[in-house]
Unconditional design. Sequence first.
Length: 92
Amino acid sequence: MNEAAKSEYVPTSGVTMFTTSWCGYCRNLKRIMDAEGIAYREVNIEDTPGTAEIVESFNGGNQTVPTLIFPDGSAATNPRIDEVRQRLEQAV
């Protein structure tokens, strides 16, 4: 995977969330993040060329969603909200 392509999705604040339209875990995490006021950029890997490969690069070749990218460039797959909060606090 091209590192430049990955870097396009590293947020300066909040998170980038890779999703699909049918993912229940994605819908649940978005609902919780909305309620908590956590900013995110949603990227549907079925609609955005090249993003499925980015998700695969973070998940051992699997297209597992939701995959979140944090401002430090690290990623988490289907994280709990407390992990999201903690990692965002560390990024400040």
